[in-house]
Design a protein around this ligand. Structure first.
Ligand SMILES: Nc1ncnc2c1ncn2[C@@H]1O[C@H](COP(=O)(O)OP(=O)(O)O)[C@@H](O)[C@H]1O
Ligand SMILES: [Mg+2]
Length: 263
């Protein structure tokens, strides 16, 4: 469904993404992981065709560079890391922005468009908030709203840049479970940038570990979430625990293990 071939992004004379090739199958979930500044956001933005790149990005077999912006928006929904929230806009109007690529020219949203948005808002626990102004929402509510807008877009490819960073433990799982349900139900292709490696391993079938703009490792969670792979890239004291098939990744203060072993 998504195919990147030798993707490169150079901005202001710096190479930010340096030859990434990978593919995500339809109804697959790829998590892009890696330290700060690795090029995760840049990669996602290139897939959404929001910045210039070389190499190719194919979505559903089509070269994205040959698609019209509106056509691309019907196929790819993108949630940025720091979305813009007009303070005075209402929740329902914000969600309706997701319907824009489906509206005929100069035509406002129909009852069906409102229904789609209302359903998604309800599924994300925002059903009672439709007339609230964005300025009155908490960080977690905003993050769920931006996900609602992307889901209302009903594109087969969902690109999410750290979609759950502001959510508490429960809401985080709820939001990702919803994405997973829709992935199975509608055969969505999902690409998420996630900081939490444990969370990435629980939801994605494939992890792509970026480091300095390059692909340091790619494969199943079991393949990527290994101490010898992660320690090099994160420059941290990484620990991986297998909890009945779920890999839990933690980091500790340097030296704390030695103390334990002595003690
Ligand atoms: N327009 C730009 N010009 C130059 N450098 C940039 C630009 N945008 C981002 N960068 C740099 O590129 C690197 C990768 O950024 P980004 O993809 O946002 O990383 P992350 O993996 O944290 O999402 C960072 O060091 C960032 O400062
Ligand atoms: Mg980022």
């Amino acid at each position: 469904m998504i195919e990147l071939t030798d993707l490169r992004v150079r901005l202001s004379g710096t190479t930010l993404v340096d030859g990434i090739s990978l593919s995500v199958r339809p109804d697959g979930w790829l998590a892009i992981v890696g330290p700060n500044g690795a090029g995760k956001t840049t990669t996602l933005r290139a897939v959404a065709r929001l910045l210039p790149f070389t190499g190719s990005v194919r979505v559903a077999g089509q070269d994205t560079r040959r698609m019209r912006r509106r056509e691309l928006a019907r196929v790819v929904a993108y949630v940025p890391q720091q979305p813009h929230f007009p303070a005075d806009m209402t929740v329902i109007d914000y969600a309706l922005l997701g319907r824009t690529p489906h509206l005929a020219l100069l035509q406002g949203p129909s009852a069906a468009d409102r229904e789609i948005c209302a359903t998604v808002l309800a599924r994300l626990g925002l059903g009672a908030y439709t007339e609230r102004r964005l300025a009155t929402l908490s960080g977690g509510e905003r993050q769920r709203l931006v996900l609602a807008r992307a889901l209302a877009q009903q594109a087969p490819v969902l690109l999410l840049d750290e979609p759950t960073s502001a959510l508490d433990l429960g809401r985080r799982i709820d939001a990702l479970e919803l994405v997973d349900e829709l992935r199975v139900e509608r055969g969505l292709t999902v690409v998420t940038v996630v900081h939490d490696l444990t969370l990435a391993g629980q939801f994605a079938d494939t992890l792509a570990l970026l480091h300095e703009g390059r692909l340091a490792a790619v494969g199943s969670p079991a393949h990527v979430l290994r101490v010898e792979v992660l320690s090099d890239v994160y420059d941290a004291s990484v620990h991986v625990v297998d909890e009945g098939g779920h890999l839990v990744v933690t980091s500790r203060r340097w030296g704390s293990w030695a103390t334990e072993e002595i003690g």
